[in-house]
Design a protein around this ligand. Structure first.
Ligand code: F6R
Length: 234
């Protein structure tokens, strides 16, 4: 793991952009994308840049089950607002939260990932060590699957909704196995609330209790964290 410690998320966004730019200049065609607050500063840098994604493909990690693409809290909507409106890709894939046939959606999305091998996957990190919506205890061999969100994730995500009751209880997510197939992985984490998960991810054992710890098994991982998120590292 290549761990880069920055002052704050603004500086992290610039470093994250450099990783994107490097991949882009080295011929990356498929970019795996995340939502949440973490990658926003990197996306800001991308939108301001001269990088052209109009011939490229993006594949998002996850989507809430039950939210339409135009719901303001859907991950479709988030991507549109923070990146795609300014930097359109030739093809952008996000799991279909409105597909109530979970088995069909899982199969469809796994096929998309198989047909579009991801060159660079960007990740955030949950306070409980989740990546994508792979919560603690998730079987690392799973591909795309339907997830029941944990109470801690529902609480953390409720800040984006009017109240906690409105937070969807399920999501479709790429699996840990799908994520580990990416050629290069970039994980960003900022703030003191991520410090324990960062320590467990980097210095702890590889365990299903900390899904991000499986990144230790990948040989091309860049971790960008601010000083607060790095504060528990030895
Ligand atoms: C989002 C995702 C999640 C977030 C994580 C951190 O697509 O897959 O794993 O990356 O929950 O969220 P933020 O960045 O809001 O702290």
């Amino acid at each position: 793991m290549n761990v880069i410690i920055v002052k704050d998320r603004a500086e992290g966004g610039k470093k994250g952009f450099e990783v994107f730019e490097n991949a882009y200049r080295n011929g990356a065609q498929v970019f795996g994308l995340a939502t949440g607050s973490t990658p926003v500063t990197t996306y800001e840098q991308l939108t301001k840049s001269d990088l052209d994604f109009s011939q490229m493909t993006s594949v998002n990690l996850d989507e809430y089950v039950g939210l339409a693409p135009d719901h303001p809290q859907s991950y479709h909507y988030f991507m549109q607002k923070h990146l795609f409106d300014q930097k359109p890709f030739a093809q952008s894939y996000v799991p279909d939260g409105l597909n109530s046939d979970a088995a069909a959606e899982m199969k469809r999305y796994d096929q998309i990932i198989a047909d579009n091998p991801i060159d660079l996957q960007i990740l955030g990190l949950g306070q409980n060590g989740h990546i994508g919506f792979n919560e603690p205890g998730t079987d690392p061999a799973l591909g795309t699957h339907k997830v029941a969100l944990t109470e801690s994730t529902i609480k953390a995500n409720s800040r984006f909704f009017d109240n906690e009751a409105e937070v969807p209880r399920y999501a479709y997510s790429m699996g840990i196995a799908s994520i580990l197939k990416s050629k290069h992985i970039l994980l960003e984490a900022y703030g003191p609330e991520k410090a324990a998960a960062v320590k467990a991810m980097i210095e702890g054992p590889v365990t299903t209790d900390v899904p991000a710890s499986f990144l230790q098994r990948h040989d091309q991982v860049t971790i960008i964290i601010d000083e607060a998120a790095a504060s528990q590292l030895s």
